[in-house]
Design a protein. Sequence first.
Lengths: 339, 339
Amino acid sequence: MAKKRISIKDIAKLAGVSSPTVSRALHGDGRMSSATRNRIIQLANEIGYTPSLVARGLVTQRSHCVGLVVPTFADPFHSEVAQGIEEEARRHHYSLFLASTGVDPARELAVVRTMHGRQVDGIIVSASRVGNQYAELLHDTGLPIVLINAHVAGNNIHSIYHDDYKGGCQLVDHLIERGYRRIAYIGNKRGGQIDVERRRAWIDTLHAARLPAALAVNGPNGRLQGGSIAAEQLLPQAQTLWGAPPQAIYCYNDTMAIGAMAVLRQQGLRIPTDVALTGFDDIDVAAFLEPPLTTLRQPRHKMGVEAMKALLTLINEESNPVPPQATIMQGELIIRHSA
Amino acid sequence: MAKKRISIKDIAKLAGVSSPTVSRALHGDGRMSSATRNRIIQLANEIGYTPSLVARGLVTQRSHCVGLVVPTFADPFHSEVAQGIEEEARRHHYSLFLASTGVDPARELAVVRTMHGRQVDGIIVSASRVGNQYAELLHDTGLPIVLINAHVAGNNIHSIYHDDYKGGCQLVDHLIERGYRRIAYIGNKRGGQIDVERRRAWIDTLHAARLPAALAVNGPNGRLQGGSIAAEQLLPQAQTLWGAPPQAIYCYNDTMAIGAMAVLRQQGLRIPTDVALTGFDDIDVAAFLEPPLTTLRQPRHKMGVEAMKALLTLINEESNPVPPQATIMQGELIIRHSA
DNA sequence: CTGTTAGCGCGTTCAT
DNA sequence: ATGAACGCGCTAACAG
């Protein structure tokens, strides 16, 4: 079944010209009689010619592909970021390689290596677990890389990230303003630096208000189950510590918050009357829950677009290298009814 | 900054051998002194050689890439399918090109064309809007294609899809068994053939029970807002028709059901006491809602895996072409508390 | 205006 | 056991 690809040569033969002529005709390049040009173009359409971007990339050393590396597809946050990236990529006639890492650093490295083998022009890594190591890769290969939401020390690599610390402070401040004092944290064991930042916001803000950051539980992952499991562990601990449930729970992200909500309801606790709850990210469903979730909105789509723009700049300016630059984006506190 | 790629030749020069020798050494191919082989492999690692899969693909005519085409990333259903596809792809050392169509047939065609130009070995299209047209493409290019959840007439193309009709019947049957009689449908204007199947199940099942399929409203899309908008239109129409809300609403998918739930609550209607509700797909959050959503579980992950397996078979058996085949998968009725 | 030559990086014959 | 030559499909550099 595998028809042989029809190539530039085939149409050259048919048109009675040489292959470079065909190439030029199709590119609108160079000066040539519009007679032959039209004839060639017409011919190409007739026999259904599709240029091989692979071969082209091999000679131009530009594949017009970029790699996108995410922890998992099944996360609404990354999906939306990816959507932004893809839009911007398509706008510039770039294709996307996609790979997931499963939050496994080794796999992340392997994936990036494969992408390099695929001759991608650049790579975007979201929520990297090995951020620092890219400096070396960058040095060795010159492969443009942009990191999304990886707080990398040293700051020697392009990155664009959300100000989680500040966002977390806004969230916790809001809880304090509402009068809650026993504020617990549900963290994500696999959240890496992101978890660190959000947790730090919690600790610092509570301390600033002379409140204790006394109770935190880490879920095994950042998904729904992760939130449920954390909540199940949290409640008895609160009972031991305070003789009562926490007045508020500040969650690692919206998804875990949803997982926690289910457990709270199951235990007969009402939200926010008995326990208030906040999320992080403002994923789409957040507004549709009962009660609607108070959270911190990350400009996910825009972050994707900006990351892709930054990458394209790196790709096109490789003659005069742009110094590594960290773009930090601000979120927005979204107050709904869960807290 | 763009370091020139280090190639097989570079390491040949360093090892004092010819490039074919290096190629063979790296492939474990042919017979050769394990001394030189080891030396070459070591050398390759030292200088950080990464083979160009592009060049390799050009000569072997096999890129080890497949294209994945989805309507949008921001849909939990497709995300999970994609996850399955990616896992199976990685298992076979295949990379994934990803593109979204935005449910635009023209863009879908353009995207597939680009993928062909990228020399992908095959393509998986999820929820295609132009299913029939692939037969022609297949005929012209011999490019293996597998369709997911595109009910294509004529059945002349490989596809794997979920039995939406049967699933829909189960759902509506369940509603009838629970004693609901005024059962409305919230459809998806952009749902294409999928909407047709699910709607048909609703109509047929109601008729079989001598109940009228009297009220259906289409949301503008299959997302949360789509569900909300549909519900807002549905309620007054039900009032006109029945002088009361519907007793149950059978929704196009879980996401729209969530959108509808929010509206129902807003209008003071309790679920399922006042209005029962069903979804479709069993996306992850479905079980975590209040109330947990009764729905029909599609084996999303497995569908992805199976699609990729089917595609790989097509790719590897292209000498003796496999006849087009439709694999139909059965879902599972998940009864929770919303109906 | 167009054809010739060369080469991107690799794998695959053939020779040796 | 290894090297020389060729070609995958395309574009870039020169010729003419």
